[in-house]
Design a protein around this ligand. Structure first.
Ligand SMILES: Cc1ncc(COP(=O)(O)O)c(C=O)c1O
Length: 694
């Protein structure tokens, strides 16, 4: 018998909560499933086709259709679709399984040919056009090695992994070679050509009316038609993908497999990495010292929307978001498209590009202090440039800091992590408590005409007392120093113009970074022209300052934020989360040592020592429990635009489970025993917490 290379399996059943019997609904003269079968037959190099349905009575109709059409049929598991598909293809032992769903009548054989070609050429384990999301919903084609499917069948445990067949494979990017066919066209991901609701069906009928039911319709013709007919396009426009996700979340969190996470690969990779990178990471906060090693992932493989996956295939809703840069979500379709488009032109050039002017004007449009602009890569670059400029312009050397401002000598010398920095530098930096104008006045009077600048985060744990920021501004003006806002965390989050816009206090200079590029490395120093026009007199210059992928990403981020009211969403989501978490804190009576502080788009968790436990022990326990329950959280709610209702369900469930366990552990007094498998976290510096006024 000839060995089968490519076996195509069409997954189809009559049961559907929202639209029962959808696969046999008529589109023109033939049913949706017949559309799918017909398109499948046109894919090159397919050796055999099989329809996989269930043994339920209602699916007899599918059986009949297959026998009429001479198509092989397999009847199997209803809810465990992974088993059904595996059992359907097992006997034929193919090299590759091509998985198609029976509810996508506009499946395009040409796209499937490309997915298959990519799969073969890259020797992939799994190839699709579904991750990241770039194609219209409903043109999905997945190809996987039978061996990968078999691994999934025997290892996938969560209900959603069993129901969604390839989810476990996609989660485990550490063990599989996963490839993606990217759609070359902008905005195509917004089209919806799958059928879940009545309105989807209505749209499909309109399309078929326009074309015909005689042969598959090329996807470009469909999209072209929809673009020219906004009324038709509108028919199913309102449907959101979250609806389906919430159902998955609810099933998963009830399953016992949900909390059984292993960190075997993280531990192994850490032990290997630390031999050559002693921290095992490039950032303290992303390293083992900030996570409950033993009960925590230490390495991630990929992200999508508001979620990330670790090297053990565990999935998390991510409330860290790369330490805030990921403001829209991982693999945001629009930002990634813009990056890819720029990639076709080049990355770093030998002269400046017009992108610099374009982005500078965009910042000027939104940020009150931004009369002139300069770009760089890290937050630390631009806070350092601001300080150097202020020292040069005032001919003074002392500076006042309030917050965290990066890793360079002038700031980090003021913290406990000051090793390797000359005392002379250290002596020039003074720290003030937030919300205390007295502190600031004292420094100015002790060092008259010696303070060049005050750099501060406009807000973090504490909210500014009424008029505090204005008073600070006045004191600084009176003393002829320069006010610098460090808006690394507040920028693009409190408002598009940062906290200065939100509080209506305009500083002389300000520093932005983090969220600006949705993960691309970019930062900006902006400020009043009277200061910024002298920036070329200090040395602030780097090879990658005008690197174009980050500039284009930042432009795309701001444009999307403008169009989609992203800031409003962050406030709303953040507020809702804060209110609900506060209710849980009260319910479990944890308010003595966990407090939510700050503003809704960036709520900070303030842990305090409690009874005979240190806040670090409590934080270790909290983080490990949240991780166990599928949420990666450090010490703040770093909300992104992609966080949706399903993610909120996961987060709230994790909080409920974690708080109830913490309260039980405290009641029983066995915290130390519970922490025995975790390393206690020890963040290197605790700058922000110490700035709170007692
Ligand atoms: C307020 C603030 N300023 C400056 C920085 C330094 O930015 P970077 O780490 O990009 O150098 C950070 C980083 O966390 C920050 O939070």
């Amino acid at each position: 018998m000839k060995k089968i290379k490519n076996l195509l399996v069409i997954q189809a059943r009559m049961g559907s909560e929202r639209l029962p019997g959808k696969v046999l609904l008529k589109l023109g003269k033939i049913s949706i499933l017949e559309w799918v079968i017909r398109a499948s037959k046109k894919i090159r190099d397919i050796d055999d086709i099989i329809v996989a349905t269930t043994s339920l009575k209602e699916d007899k109709l599918i059986e009949k259709l297959c026998s009429d059409k001479g198509i092989s049929l397999f009847k199997g598991e209803n809810t465990d679709v992974l088993s059904r598909i595996y059992e359907a293809v097992k006997k034929k032992n193919p090299k590759n399984v091509i998985r198609i769903t029976g509810d996508c009548p506009f499946l395009d054989p040409e796209i499937c040919n490309q997915v298959l070609f990519l799969h073969d050429n890259t020797k992939a384990d799994y190839t699709s056009n579904t991750i990241p999301i770039t194609w219209p919903d409903g043109l999905d084609c997945e190809v996987m090695k039978f061996s990968a499917l078999k691994k999934a069948k025997y290892n996938a445990k969560l209900p959603s992994d069993r129901e969604h067949v390839t989810k476990w494979i996609k989660n485990n990017q550490n063990i599989f070679n996963i490839q993606s066919l990217i759609c070359p066209f902008k905005d195509f991901y917004k089209f919806r050509l799958t059928i879940d609701f009545e309105s989807d069906y209505k749209l499909m009928k309109e399309i078929v009316k326009k074309f015909s039911d005689h042969q598959p319709i090329p996807y470009l013709s469909i999209i072209d038609y929809l673009k020219k007919n906004p009324k038709v396009l509108k028919i199913n426009k309102k449907i959101k993908r979250d609806v389906i996700q919430i159902k998955n979340v609810n099933k998963d969190i009830k399953s016992s497999a949900f909390i059984k996470k292993k960190f075997f690969n993280s531990t192994k990779l850490f032990n290997e990495t630390k031999k050559i990178i002693s921290l095992g990471s490039q950032t303290f906060s992303k390293s083992y010292i900030n996570w409950p090693k033993g009960n925590s992932p230490l390495f991630l493989t990929h992200g999508q929307g508001g979620k990330v996956w670790d090297v053990d295939g565990n999935e998390y809703v991510d409330l860290v978001c790369g330490l805030l840069p990921v403001i829209l979500g991982y693999c945001d379709e629009d930002i990634d498209y813009a990056i890819r488009e720029q990639l076709n032109r080049g990355i770093s050039f030998s002269l400046a590009t017009s992108l610099e002017k374009k982005l500078a004007l965009k910042l000027k449009q939104h940020i009150p202090s931004a009369e002139q602009v300069r770009f760089s890569k890290n937050g630390s670059d631009v806070t350092t440039a601001a300080i150097r400029l202020a020292r040069f312009l005032t001919k003074r050397e002392r500076i006042v800091v309030c917050g965290y401002h990066g890793w360079h000598d002038w700031f980090i010398s003021s913290t406990s992590m000051n090793r390797g920095i000359p005392n002379q530098v250290q002596r020039l930096t003074h720290t003030i408590k937030y919300n205390s104008t007295k502190d600031l006045e004292k420094i100015f009077s002790r060092y008259p005409e010696q303070v060049a600048a005050v750099i501060m985060e406009p807000a973090n744990y504490e909210k500014p007392k009424e008029s505090y920021l204005n008073e600070v501004k006045k004191i600084i003006k009176k003393n002829k120093a320069i006010l610098i806002f460090d808006e690394m965390c507040t920028g693009f989050r409190f408002s598009l113009g940062g906290a200065q816009s939100f509080f209506n206090v305009t500083p002389d200079l300000s520093c932005f970074g983090k969220s600006m590029g949705n993960g691309m490395p970019i930062a900006a120093l902006v400020g009043k022209k009277k200061y910024m026009q002298h920036i070329d007199k200090i040395f602030f210059s780097g090879t990658f300052g005008g690197e174009s992928l980050s500039l284009i990403a930042a432009l795309a981020v701001i444009e999307k934020m403008e169009k989609e009211f992203v800031v409003d969403y962050l406030w709303k989501f953040g507020r809702n989360l804060k209110v609900k978490v506060n209710q849980l804190i009260n319910k479990y009576k944890l308010n003595k040592f966990i407090k939510l502080k700050g503003y809704d788009p960036w709520i900070l968790l303030n842990f305090l020592d409690y009874k005979n436990y240190t806040k670090f022990q409590l934080m270790t326990l909290f983080k490990s429990l949240m991780i166990k329950n599928g949420v990666l959280i450090s010490n703040s709610h770093n909300i992104c635009f992609a966080h949706n209702k399903a993610n909120l369900e996961t987060i709230l469930n994790a909080y409920e489970m974690s708080f109830s366990k913490i309260s039980e552990i405290l009641r029983k007094g066995n915290l130390i025993k519970n922490l025995r498998n975790s390393r206690i976290i020890t963040p290197v510096i605790q700058v922000r917490e110490q700035l709170q006024k007692e």
